[in-house]
Design a protein. Sequence first.
Length: 85
Amino acid sequence: MPDMSASASLALTNLVPLAKEVDENKVTPGVLGFIVFAVMALAVWGLMKSMTKHMQKVDFKETKEPEESPGAKAGSGAPAVGPKG
């Protein structure tokens, strides 16, 4: 497996002369900056499209539970057990 630090230092030594040629008063993001921005814009667009699709599946109307009679709450189906005596 190649050493990653060696390849990183080699890349930096090749890029240093290019950095000295750039006019310090006219630094622009360049092609790489545009590509990164475009990828981020596409990612946000995809996330918004996905969110819209998921939000359309949500039912915002509140469902009401059927009202129970007052006697049904106390009994709830089981026979009431009274005091023995």
